[in-house]
Design a protein around this ligand. Sequence first.
Ligand code: ADP
Ligand code: MG
Length: 704
Amino acid sequence: MSRRTPSFATASPADPGAAPVASLPGVGPALQQALQRLGLERVQDLWFHLPLRYEDRTRITPIRDLRVGDHAQVEGVVEAVERGFRYRPQLRVAIADDSHATLTLRFFHFNRAQAEQFAPGARMRCFGEVRHGAHGPEMVHPEYRRVLGTTPLPTEERLTPVYPTTEGLGQKRLGGVIARALERLPEEAALELIPDALRAPLRLASLREALLTVHAPPPQADVAAFARGRHPAQQRLAFEELLTHHLGLKRLRAQVRRHAAPVLRGDGALRAALRAQLPFALTAAQQRVTAEIEHDLARPEPMLRLVQGDVGSGKTVVAALAALAAIEAGCQVALAAPTELLAEQHWRTFDSWLRPLGLAPVWLSGRVLGRARTAALAAVADGAPVVIGTHALMQEGVVFHRLGLAIIDEQHRFGVHQRLALRDKGRSGDSVPHQLVLTATPIPRTLAMAAYADLDVSVIDELPPGRTPVQTVAIANARRGEVIERIRAACAEGRQAYWVCTLIEESEQLEAQAAEVAFAELTTALPELRIGLVHGRLKPKEKQAAMDAFKAGETRLLVATTVIEVGVDVPNASLMIIENAERLGLAQLHQLRGRVGRGSAASSCVLLYQQPLSQLARARLEVMRETSDGFRIAEKDLELRGPGELLGTRQTGQLAFRVADLARDAHLLPAVQRVGEALLRDHPELAERLIARWIGGAARYAGA
Ligand code: ADP
Ligand code: MG
């Protein structure tokens, strides 16, 4: 993503934050470039580049005490090493410690030198996430160091922050440069942007202290409070981040409202033709939302509408009707989805609906290359009525003839900026296209304001008739064998099943590895079944092939990561197993479960969990068994979260906040709104500076 470089003209001793990162000792061109990829250009960008989570290397955990899901440090002696090749090369190392328990280390990528370090008898210090393995606890690709001689390695004194980073920039280097930037942190008075009068009643911690604390929690820090994001330092920053976000959206909305948009008021012929051809009638909710959209489209100012509807509520046909309204009025429509899988599914659906109307949609994704790409781009420039694809639609080189409506599915996977990029494709003079955003993430009203302050919201609060409710059960992993038998039985009856491997991690790679491990296990356990595998690390072609084979019924069981969370639609799949279900938030479980129950067969969902269950996890699984109503689930989610997120986990798919968490920090929102309004009214210049600080490229909003 390109960002305008902020002006450094203001860099001065009085404003050390505005200096470029290159002014820090040890930051050469290579490091500067890596930092730039993270959007870190000024010293203050480093101050506000906050840890994603913390790792606790302050102590060594006896292997016996390891709990699945923990990130832990252990030290033990190598007892056995096994190099194998089953499906792919593997290195398995068993280490044992004084607690007389054994831990398996598992590597899929290793070179000979690495393998040789694990000689029986060698003492190793490892850090990694504990997983459930076939022979007790396991770590996949842990960090490790050999402990030589008798001098023990020192343990760390502080929690280790883990920063969001980029390929080629390690945690140590990034942490080092952030520490150097923090040495330039000015006194409180020069740093604080929220006026005293607004801040005092909230009793917020000092910003300077808060920053120093979150980057390097003191040794006596309350580890549990940090893990939950409840430490006063984190809350201080969460408040400021939420405030900034709120200000940014408010400003965006005000700016959007100043634009004009094409008046899209067609004769209704295409819409009537589609409706006549559908094998079903619209639900009352679909009709109401369609009417709201049509009303917006017919106005000379840009629509900015979010359609929220539970999984399976039928958002696609609502989007299609909106598209036809725009086409009737002579405009082009773009539909973007966040994954190749989902985008292609939309393309197929739209193709089946619109081709009979003489409107075959154009397909454009990152893997449309060469001549096909040239042809697609030419068609778009020439005025093709509908273009469907991935973020490729938002990239340079895509030029529309007359884009009147931009539709984005599953908006939480795109940022506001990507949405704007697509909209900007349709700019002409002062006129911008209308925007329609679809999301299946049910958000309680209180949060909708904060999350989507720049959008109007329509809700499809009704499911089409004839859905079979999904029966949900929670089963301990110890009874995995029974679950596998269940798959065997379901597939023998001609049905299909998903096996979903979940791992909340910053690493897609680990999740992919978990899926490969499960795939190997299931292939052995169910030799009579054809089993597919799909995860985020596969090439798009391989991914698509795996999906196609499953859709066509060639594979009966699909082992997948959460890449299938959104939009995948295979009606014959009536059984879903979700592994490590206890680790997922309710919203994500609900999304996943929505992949079954789409056909007429009675469907079920098995939530496979690792014991022991925390109280929170137990409550979540209970909610899933009780209800399938997305809004009820979302409200329960809010109630339940807050008190107990695991160390380092962060609900994926949420807005990309650095420290704030909408559910956990919902209690801050009323104050955020109050302070936000006062700032915009009385100190707009401070609002600008806050936005520049947290959002960095203030320029990105400027064009809105
Ligand atoms: P989502 O809101 O999750 O995107 P979809 O648009 O994919 O849901 O719709 C789910 C399924 O329901 C599709 O197979 C779609 O054709 C079907 N569907 C949509 N609206 C209706 C309706 N009013 N009656 C019956 N089936 C419908
Ligand atoms: Mg959908």
